[in-house]
Write a protein that binds this ligand. Structure first.
Ligand code: ZN
Length: 198
């Protein structure tokens, strides 16, 4: 790759390496690990939209504070995502109490995270909203490096890290597996499975 092809600022089709700290109500809830910025492909909705749109034009070394409204972050809290479930559907050994986090499987076999809101004799109220739904997000970000995406990354719509390249890129149809092997524990990343909630 020639030097003049290297991107100078964040733009669509550029792989961005970003350090970030995420705070909600002044409290740090997530950050890139020390010396390990996250990599993503700009312009493909791989990170939350309210942050992605603020990164355009940033150069390597630039830092920025970005406030993201709930609707551009994890969305507003949806009252319809709070549902009552008969208490009898829970195994007796589940220590039900408000605030308890549960993993539940829906009819499609997807794992969903829920938090117990409250409990009555007959029912348990569960909140399936993302824990950060309804929250304003405060990011402090620094652009660590930029590079042009490969044709393959552009075709897939996401970044390929070297470790996964070796393992999976030989197999054309393992894209999903490869993607799930990525950094999607990071709160910054959009979670495609969220769409199945509503
Ligand atoms: Zn891929």
């Amino acid at each position: 790759m020639t030097v003049e092809n290297e991107p100078r600022v964040v733009a669509d089709d550029v792989v961005v390496s970003l350090d970030y700290v995420l705070r909600v109500n002044g409290e740090e809830v997530d950050s890139s690990n020390e010396g390990e910025p996250i990599d993503f492909l700009q312009g493909y909705g791989n990170i939350i939209p309210g942050l992605e749109k603020e990164l355009y034009g940033m150069a390597v070394g630039d830092s920025k504070s970005v406030q993201v409204a709930a609707r551009d972050g994890y969305g507003e809290s949806d009252p319809e995502a709070i549902i009552e479930v008969p208490r009898s559907e829970f195994p007796e050994d589940v220590p039900l109490k408000p605030g308890l986090e549960l993993q539940m499987q829906n009819v499609d076999g997807d794992m969903l995270n829920a938090v117990v809101v409250d409990i009555s004799d007959e029912t348990v109220r569960l909140d399936f909203n993302h824990p950060l739904a309804g929250q304003e997000l405060h990011f402090d970000v620094t652009v660590i490096s930029l590079r042009a995406a490969t044709d393959e990354e552009l075709a897939h719509g996401h970044v390929h890290s070297h470790e996964h390249e070796d393992e999976y890129e030989e197999e054309g149809d393992l894209d999903e597996l490869e993607y799930e092997g990525g950094d999607d524990d990071d709160l910054l990343f959009t979670d495609e499975e969220e769409d199945n909630l509503y």
